[in-house]
Design a protein around this ligand. Structure first.
Ligand SMILES: NC(=O)c1ccc[n+]([C@@H]2O[C@H](COP(=O)([O-])OP(=O)(O)OC[C@H]3O[C@@H](n4cnc5c(N)ncnc54)[C@H](OP(=O)(O)O)[C@@H]3O)[C@@H](O)[C@H]2O)c1
Length: 361
């Protein structure tokens, strides 16, 4: 790519927005050209607007410190200086739906971290290694919106990446029943231990809306494009429990699964080791070289040791064994704010760029 694409970050002052800012520092294809947030931050420099809220472990990139933050609601103003935007605003679902659609209608592709459009029938929800073909609904969406280059694409919820890739790699054996318990990090709620001290030495058995997302979103990922919309798959049957645990980053999942055709343990390990998707084939900049890593050690994967595998973009698995009730059980781990949030969205944008859906204006 001769010139970098100009990117805007909606909600750039928040936790996910900061992650976008960090990931885009020195990105080979994209550069941050605009940051937008609430009217509270608009008009301030990025450094002033974020103030003491910088939550990344690396320093704020110099290149963004003096960018003047814009108001998310001033769509034309933001749209005029970018080729596409990432969306990480925290507003009501209806407001997010409306604002993302307003950007798309202003001919700006929107790659969203938010859940608002995950079930809009012609909006692709993509894990690039699993369902890149869902991008085929974009022309139908553009037709509905009346746009030439503007559209919305989303990534799924952070919880599902710790088990959906593992099950997808085994699709040929027909997973039919899946029971997953997720142990979710506090950064998934936008928190650190400093601002959520109640989570130290604690476990909370409820995360609003998370079980529904964890059970339903994999079915949309495995759905088919039919008549210009995504029709969700009707199998496997998935049931989940989602639990908040005192871990800073990294969602773990304990998974039980039964198959139509039970594979051997060796077949499962081979499928996981060999699984590749389009990001690996296209050599996308944020793609993990090895998407799925299996640990032989009984005490792995561990959130603290393994969440940063492949810069937080790989999925770590372990403890595969036969089960007494289901066919097999195993444990999965993925980084919730990298693969599960901003990193996953950056990979979606890279795929959209490689396939010509996002171009310079
Ligand atoms: N944290 C995670 O790991 C995670 C994972 C998956 C999905 N999400 C979702 O991603 C979104 C962002 O999460 P977050 O944790 O980054 O939230 P956050 O830290 O609270 O940041 C929210 C961002 O939205 C902006 N904003 C808030 N109210 C606004 C308004 N009325 N108009 C325009 N902008 C407004 C904020 O701007 P100001 O700074 O000016 O207030 C800030 O930039 C949420 O929808 C969340 O559910 C988060």
């Amino acid at each position: 790519m001769s010139e970098k694409l100009k990117v805007g970050i909606l909600g750039g002052t928040g936790m996910v927005g900061q992650r976008f800012v960090s990931l885009l520092e020195n990105h080979p294809w994209f550069e941050v050209a605009a940051i937008a947030a609430s009217p509270r931050s608009a008009g301030k420099t990025y450094e002033e607007a974020v103030g003491g809220r910088w939550k990344m472990s690396t320093p704020m990139p110099e290149a963004v410190k003096h960018i003047i933050v814009k108001n998310v609601n001033e769509v034309e103003e933001v749209a005029s200086c970018v080729d596409f935007v990432f969306s990480a605003v925290d507003m009501t679902k209806d407001e997010i739906k409306a604002i993302e659609e307003a950007y798309a209608k202003a001919e700006i592709p929107v790659v969203s971290n938010n859940s608002a459009h995950r079930w809009t029938p012609d909006v692709p929800m993509v894990i690039p290694e699993i369902n890149p073909e869902h991008l085929e609904v974009i022309p139908f969406q553009k037709k509905r919106l009346g746009t030439l280059r503007g559209f919305i694409a989303v990534k799924p919820n952070c919880s599902i990446q710790s088990y959906t890739p593992a099950l997808h790699a085994l699709k040929q054996f027909g997973p039919k029943v899946v029971v997953a318990t997720t142990y979710q990090a506090i950064s998934g709620a936008g928190k650190t231990f400093k601002d959520w001290p109640e989570m130290v030495d604690n476990v909370i058995p409820f995360i609003g809306g998370e079980e529904e997302k964890s059970e339903q979103e994999p079915l949309r990922i495995w759905g088919k494009v039919e008549d210009g919309v995504i029709k969700k798959a009707d199998a496997p049957l998935i049931t989940t429990q989602c639990i908040r645990v005192p871990v800073s980053d990294g969602h773990t999942a304990a998974v039980f699964v039964s198959f139509e055709k039970k594979p051997t343990k060796e077949e499962i390990l081979k499928c996981w080791a060999e699984y590749k998707g389009e990001p690996q084939e296209l050599g996308l900049p944020s793609a993990p070289k090895q998407f799925i890593k299996y640990f032989e050690e009984d005490n792995r994967p561990q959130a603290k040791l393994d969440r940063d595998y492949e810069k937080g973009m790989g999925v770590c698995l372990g403890r595969l064994r036969e089960d007494t009730v289901y066919d097999y059980k195993f444990v999965g781990l993925s980084h919730n704010t990298l693969r599960g949030a901003a990193g996953g969205a950056v990979l979606v944008a890279e795929l959209l760029t490689a396939k010509g859906y996002i171009k310079a204006k």
